[in-house]
Design a protein around this ligand. Structure first.
Ligand SMILES: [Zn+2]
Length: 365
């Protein structure tokens, strides 16, 4: 298939607009119209991973971490980043990164960690706000169903586990067309009164052009009246970190043993035990220190993340346990997440998981 079909699917899973400002997720190397028959999935895109793609004839590497993060000014093989990009281009291999956008979506990196740890009742720890907008439009009764259907079909009307959400109120619209009009009802130059329904629904701001196109096509009027409102509501579907619960509370040491095994961690660096049982567990793949106060605020007994620095450990203040399992260890299951999703979506497309352990951190035990 075309590379663009694959990337369009990945971006439906984790829209690029949901990546953090500092990130560089998306198609880094490659042409959207190039043909691809096999993808290689890895957490990091290293030279060894590109070699693996060449050997196994994979035309695209999908990695969690973007190989190019800051601007590249020279291409003279001096750094591994330059060498990876050069080798990929020479061998016609596309490089795609699905990074903080996959961290931030509900079925993303953190949901995979929660599933690995067997957590229940999981929700996003810090939901983002201002990602939703409201559409209000005015439709004659005869076309209200068609307009609602079109809006829902285009992605409007989702709140949590509910779809096709709208509010509808009856009212009377007035309008008078000038000599250039051909009104659907009424006559040119005469004020017309029409019984209409005010249809209100919400939609993700990133889907606005699609929603408006659907509205215009389904609405019978020449000039469609509609209002678009920004909303500051949080959305439970996009945000940072995740919090869930254990089915039964566990003792701290027993739980850490379990975390070590399930996360395949060589070592867990953690703060002092609090003496309480573990019930609520907050997680964040990769460097999650910025979420500590939210984990405490949400009543977590432990916060499992990575990349903690010495002084940051003090911030636990006995309120919970900070547990640093390692960056690679916390995110490694993202590879399986991508593998399973792509396999399910494109049954005839070949996907490989990298056999290279790209973790740059070694443990001397
Ligand atoms: Zn990471």
């Amino acid at each position: 298939m075309k590379l663009s079909q694959l990337t369009a699917y990945l971006e439906s899973l984790a829209p690029l607009a949901y990546q953090e400002d500092y990130d560089n997720a998306g198609l880094i190397v490659g042409r959207p119209d190039q043909e691809v028959s096999q993808a290689l999935i890895s957490l990091d895109c290293t030279e060894a991973v590109v070699d693996e793609a060449i050997i196994h004839d994979c035309q695209v590497i999908i990695s969690h971490h973007p190989i190019v993060f800051r601007g590249l000014k020279k291409f003279n093989s001096k750094t591994y980043v330059e060498r990876v990009v050069e080798k990929a281009i020479r061998n016609n291999i596309a490089l795609y990164a699905i990074h903080t956008n996959l961290d931030n979506v509900l079925p993303g990196v953190n949901a995979k960690i929660c599933a690995t740890l067997g957590l229940q009742n999981c929700r996003i720890l810090v939901p983002k706000h201002s990602l939703l907008k409201k559409l209000v439009t005015y439709v004659p009764h005869s076309h209200a169903d068609a307009v609602r259907d079109a809006l829902f079909e285009a992605g409007a009307g989702h709140i949590g586990n509910y779809s096709e959400v709208s509010f509808n109120a009856n009212g009377t619209g007035t309008f008078k067309g000038n000599e250039y009009t051909n009104p659907f009802v009424g006559e040119q130059g005469v004020r017309h009164r029409e019984e209409e329904i005010r249809v209100e629904t919400i939609y993700p701001a990133i889907a606005e052009s699609k929603i408006l196109m659907a509205l215009i096509l389904a609405h019978p009027y020449e000039e469609v009246a509609y209002d678009l409102y920004p909303m500051t509501n949080q959305t439970q579907a996009v945000g940072s970190g995740m919090i869930g619960e254990l089915e039964l509370p566990m003792e701290e040491e027993a739980f850490l043993y379990q975390v070590k095994e399930k996360m395949r961690a060589h070592v867990i660096r953690h703060t002092a035990f609090t003496g309480r049982h573990i019930k609520k567990v907050a997680v964040c793949g990769g460097a999650g220190g910025f979420l500590l106060k939210h984990a405490i605020g949400a009543g977590a007994d432990i916060f499992i993340t990575a990349d903690y620095k010495y002084h940051e450990f003090f911030d636990a203040e006995g309120k919970l346990i900070i547990a640093d399992v390692g960056h690679f260890e916390s995110e490694q299951f993202t590879q399986q997440l991508l593998y399973e999703n792509i396999k399910k979506k494109f049954s005839n497309f070949a996907v490989r998981l990298t056999e290279v352990n790209t973790n740059p951190v070694k443990y001397f035990i």
